[in-house]
Design a protein. Structure first.
Length: 266
């Protein structure tokens, strides 16, 4: 099982570990594209703070993020699973997993990134600021940029197993599974169910959507679940107590869309 996650806008500070060793990152097929983004991002931030802030969409209060990007090659690093923070990662809580679940996480979790393309949670990276929605002056919009190089690398990474795609729309744009891989892919939507005047009302949640997805991944890792396809994933989630509604796609080569229905949001 390969689990695709979005990053977080907020990130922990860079660690005290050795500086970035780009050649040690997972998915080496992305190395040339990573180097190009890193070079332009560092150059932009070093040359013109105001322009960099505009390009990166940073408020005055986040001006310090530009200086952080300047030091990307020399800053300390820590595992990506520690760099990324926020609602999903708080709910996932990688640090508190048992040893077996941590090994499964290191193998199966892949975080998409405007700077790195995608990294495993164990890859050591510095803290940075560069979302997938950024349009760099030289390389252009990062979503289309990554889409141009991602397909062969991600198709190989997906192998012949399940792909659980929990990315937000901006990051999903960087790679869209195709063909046989798409048929083994499942996306998840979280719906909040409430009874209003005796009638069930459902609504899509945002903030709590992230928390639920974090808990789903955590529960799958803790249980040692190893579904091979979307149908097995549905059964695994139901076995873990989730209310899941799903139908197989009408046509081959399309991803499954799963609805996880919750009655409480927290």
């Amino acid at each position: 099982m390969l689990v695709l996650l979005p990053p977080s806008e907020g990130k922990a500070a860079s660690g005290r570990g050795a500086p970035l060793k780009a050649e040690s990152l997972s998915l080496p097929g992305l190395a040339p594209a990573r180097a190009a983004v890193l070079d332009e991002l560092v150059e932009l931030c070093a040359a013109d703070e105001e322009k960099a802030r505009e390009v990166l969409g940073l408020s005055e209060g986040l001006r310090g993020e530009v200086a952080k990007n300047v030091e990307l090659r020399t800053a300390g690093t820590r595992p990506a699973g520690e760099i990324y923070t926020g609602v999903l990662y708080d709910a996932l809580d990688l640090a508190s997993l048992d040893a077996a679940a941590k090994r499964r996480a290191a193998k199966s979790l892949l975080v998409f990134s405007g700077l790195w393309g995608a990294v495993h949670t164990g890859d050591r990276i510095p803290s940075y600021r560069c979302s997938m929605g950024v349009k760099l002056p030289g390389l252009g919009a990062l979503g289309p940029y990554w889409r141009g190089v991602m397909d062969p690398v991600m198709t190989e990474a997906a192998g012949k197993g399940l792909v659980l795609d929990l990315r937000s729309a901006a990051y999903a744009a960087a790679w869209k599974p195709k063909g046989a891989v798409a048929g083994r892919t499942a996306t998840v939507r979280v719906l909040h169910s409430q009874i209003v005047d005796g009638v069930e009302k459902r609504s899509v949640v945002s903030h709590f959507n992230k928390a639920t997805k974090g808990r789903i991944v955590r529960d799958l890792l803790t249980a040692g679940a190893a579904p091979c396809d979307p149908a097995e994933l549905v059964e695994a989630l139901r076995g873990l107590g989730y209310v899941v509604e799903a139908e197989a796609p009408a046509k081959a080569g399309r991803a499954w869309a799963l609805d996880v229905v919750v009655t409480q949001i927290h």
